[in-house]
Design a protein around this ligand. Structure first.
Ligand SMILES: Cc1ncc(COP(=O)(O)O)c(C=O)c1O
Length: 434
């Protein structure tokens, strides 16, 4: 039994789809719905259940549940599972989906400050930082690896988390199991975006669970009632492909690529813990964004992210050696074009704590309070009614219930009106609590 077999059998049998979706197979043949020959993600009994069991087995947990709303939907399910009004310790640099869960469930956050390094990258919270809060909270949330590929080993906290809910935001870590890096399968819940670092299509995600009771009800809560079969099939395919892949060879190629980039003067690969995350700084006299724009326009190379200090590329087990050669050739051309100097860039050193505005009321309480709109310039001292998370990576600058101060105003205005991921800021106006 497999999702693929179900879809192949259906494809051979079906003459007239008298069901949704309305494109009737025109867009994509596998984009079908729950029928007698296919399974149902909300109550799986056939191919989907088989896949979930196989994933649980590979990742060494009790149960696995597929999701087609990305890690976002499944992280929100995890917070629902923690329960209304509970107290949760979490990194301030957590993804916005976690804040949406906090709001939905009226939970009380206890924030841990991420260290921000010289490149402006939020580093993972050290395990010891959680320790003082273990007696005070109902649940703890961890992010591993971070968006930029940094990791922390939280296993020393295992004994302290026995009677608590531990949740891993492993959105960027679905591949770690295949390269034997920091396996967190002891946590209560782990959420992985199979579309980020494995071969699934966008939105394909999985939650791994060690909870005593069945997590299905929670996994289903934010699940669309029209789940995508192509996405589920791509999760299944990605697992099959990982089983066949010669990962060692792929890792050697990645190592080789990073070494070769370092050999091009003017470029420097920054050390991190995740081989798939390619962090590059360049000659300080050249703007990173100019370099990235040139690589896009002239060479067709598109990076995941560019800040004024570094560029971040996502490597994958699906990359070809030809693409790596093209990248190296293009960087060499860029070196000539921009006349990069031979000077080395400084190492990334840990610099400061991330900034957290003062919390006046709980995020959930603020979100549902009466609001009014004011000019951002006049909002100093007022209580935010919005969640503002510059993207990527989508961790918030301000959370509903926090006091807007000068730092926040400066940062919001410096985004030049691009309030991506925030519905409460428009035309330099922000919603605040009345
Ligand atoms: C750390 C982290 N968690 C969760 C998510 C949400 O993942 P998804 O895009 O699969 O919903 C992201 C997305 O960028 C992320 O960076």
């Amino acid at each position: 039994m497999s999702i693929k077999n179900d879809l192949v059998r259906l494809g051979k049998k079906e003459k007239f789809p008298l069901h949704m979706p309305g494109h009737k197979g025109l867009r994509l043949k596998t984009d079908t719905t729950e029928l007698s020959m296919t399974d149902n993600i909300l109550n799986p009994k056939a191919g989907i259940l088989e896949l979930e069991k196989a994933i649980a087995n590979i990742y060494g947990v009790k149960n696995a549940y597929l999701g087609t709303n990305g890690s976002t939907g499944l992280l929100m399910s995890s917070l629902l599972y923690v329960g209304k009004g509970k107290k949760i310790v979490l990194p301030r640099g957590s993804h916005q989906s976690i804040y949406k869960g906090l709001i939905d469930n009226g939970q009380e956050p206890v924030y841990l400050k991420n260290k921000i390094d010289m490149l402006g990258i939020a580093r993972p919270i050290k395990a010891a930082k959680y320790l003082p809060f273990m007696g005070l909270v109902d649940a703890a949330i961890f992010t591993n690896p971070t968006y930029e590929g940094y990791m922390e080993d939280y296993s020393l906290l295992k004994p302290f988390l026995k009677d608590k809910i531990s949740i891993l935001d492993g959105a960027h870590g679905s591949h770690l199991y295949y390269i034997s890096k920091l396996i967190n399968n002891w946590m209560s819940l782990q959420v992985h975006s199979f579309h980020k670092t494995l071969g699934a299509m966008n939105q394909g995600a999985v939650i791994l669970s060690n909870t005593e009771t069945d997590f299905r009800e929670f996994a289903n809560f934010y699940q669309t009632s029209s789940p995508s079969f192509p996405i589920m099939l791509s999760i299944e395919d990605s697992i099959r492909e990982m089983m066949k892949m010669k990962i060692e060879n792929r890792l050697k190629e990645i190592e080789w690529l990073k070494k070769e980039i370092n050999n091009i003067k003017g470029f420097k690969v920054i050390d991190n813990d995740d081989p798939l995350k390619l962090l590059i700084t360049i000659d300080k006299n050249i703007k990173v964004k100019d370099m990235v724009n040139w690589l896009e326009e002239k060479k067709g190379i598109f990076f995941e992210l560019a800040t004024d200090k570094y560029m971040l590329g996502l490597l994958s087990f699906y990359d070809s050696k030809g693409s790596y050669d093209w990248l190296l050739k293009s960087l060499k051309s860029a070196r000539k074009h921009f006349k990069l100097s031979d000077e080395d860039n400084t190492e990334s050193l840990v610099e400061s704590d991330c900034y957290i505005p003062e919390m006046k009321i709980l995020p959930g309480e603020a979100f549902f309070s009466g609001k009014k709109e004011v000019d951002i310039k006049d909002s100093k001292g007022l209580v935010s009614g919005v969640l503002y998370s510059p993207y990527p990576p989508g961790s918030p600058l301000i959370v509903p219930g926090e006091i807007i101060d000068e730092y926040v105003i400066d940062r919001i205005l410096s985004y030049r009106g691009d309030y991506t991921g925030c519905s409460g800021i428009n035309n330099n106006r922000i919603f605040v609590i009345k």
